[in-house]
Ligand binder design. Structure first.
Ligand code: GLU
Length: 369
């Protein structure tokens, strides 16, 4: 049987234990669990935050102006320090690690995405544990994934993971904010990510937002559509990494969708950031959802944002709910001119014609369960 692959994402709060320093005692405990998981035959990939915290530690907590450049300075110093600490801890168990620093720009282009996939898989095949982080020292806002939750979902897709474990300072996702609601209960299992759940996680900026549950939910959604089981749990829970591969893991478990996306669609979902929204009418929603059709210009009522041909856009219904994501065949500029029109009119209006569909079915990822 093929070895299962587990991606473990360690948040800064897990690595520092909420302090101003890397908590080596806790890091070594996590490494012990990783080593045991490897011993049991699992493949393992880590996504480690904490570069900036490590930078502050290494420089003795300097008081620096709050700017992008100083953040990048801290990341540059901290990333090498962080990886050295991981290296020394994993060497206790004779395990080798390899550092991979990514940004969204590395995943946006399909070819670069495939290159990154080859690297991570080659490391894994050679029994080396990849330790991934965002390349914070050079990444600007435009090319950033932005948070390591989403990054770890992308990494899960890259390495074809079976399980993604998001370790944080909370025991999982609760029915309400446990800090101010004593009745809040831990949600053990999630099979559908709906509006209520998004609200609970702080998607609307109401609860738990600072705990980072909103980005965890986004990551869980991307991963489960790609056939990856996701667990959100406390990094400090006993044997949390080992438990995550058991039949009853601690924390909140998100079940993968029964029909996971094919590889190219996983990349569409996870690689490129969407540059704009295409609003469609109810007839088009129905055609996409029920008939498996491509998107035609006729169903488009509005175009927001700017995108070029070949970029990814979000397709939303009249009330703004996300229906799908897809690679567009026409730029936003073209689309504004042809919205609502019959496919036959496209050539005449634009003076060029890239085909009757504005997003082909093969380039469309449905976002409803
Ligand atoms: N890449 C950041 C760091 O290493 C962490 C980002 C995150 O935790 O989401 O400090």
């Amino acid at each position: 049987m093929q070895a299962k692959t587990v991606v473990v994402k360690l948040g800064t709060s897990v690595i520092t234990g909420g302090s101003q320093f890397l908590n080596r005692a806790h890091m070594v405990e996590l490494v012990r669990q990783c080593a045991e998981l490897k011993q049991r035959g699992y493949h393992l990939v880590l996504v480690s935050s904490g570069a900036i915290a490590a930078g502050r530690e290494q420089l003795g907590h300097p008081s620096l102006p709050k700017s992008m450049a100083t953040k990048q300075l801290l990341a540059a110093v901290g990333q090498s320090h962080l990886i050295q600490v991981w290296e020394s801890l994993f060497s206790i168990y004779n395990l080798k690690i390899g550092q991979m620093l990514l940004t969204r720009a590395d995943l946006e282009d399909r070819e670069r995405f495939l290159n990154a996939r080859d690297t991570i898989n080659t490391l894994v095949e050679h029994n080396i544990i990849p330790i991934v982080n965002e390349n914070d020292a050079v990444a600007t806002t435009e090319i950033k994934v932005g948070d390591n939750d989403n990054l770890s979902a992308l990494v899960g897709i890259l390495c074809g993971a079976d399980t993604l474990v998001l370790l944080t300072d909370q025991p999982g996702l609760f029915t309400a904010d446990p800090r101010n609601n004593p009745d809040a209960k831990l949600i053990r299992e999630v099979s559908t990510i709906d509006e209520t759940l998004i609200k609970i996680a702080g998607g609307s900026g109401t609860t738990l937002g600072t705990g980072g549950m909103a980005t965890k939910l986004q990551a869980a959604d991307i991963a489960r559509r790609s056939g990856i089981e996701v667990i959100i749990a406390a990094g400090s829970a006993d044997n949390v990494i080992l438990e995550s591969v058991s039949s009853s893991p601690c924390g909140t478990r998100f079940l993968p969708l029964p029909e996971s996306l094919e590889n190219r669609k996983r990349w569409i979902l996870a690689g490129p950031a969407a540059s704009g929204d295409i609003v469609i009418d109810d007839g088009a929603v129905n055609a996409l959802q029920r008939k498996g059709s491509s998107l035609l210009a006729k169903g488009v009522t509005e175009v927001n944002g700017e995108f070029a041909r070949g970029e990814v856009a979000r397709i939303v219904n009249q009330s703004g709910t996300l229906i799908a994501k897809g690679l567009v065949k026409y730029s936003s500029e073209d689309m504004i001119q042809i919205q609502g029109m019959h496919s036959k009119e496209i050539g005449e209006v634009l003076g060029h014609d890239y085909g009757s569909e504005i997003i082909h079915r093969d380039d469309l990822v449905m976002m409803q369960d």
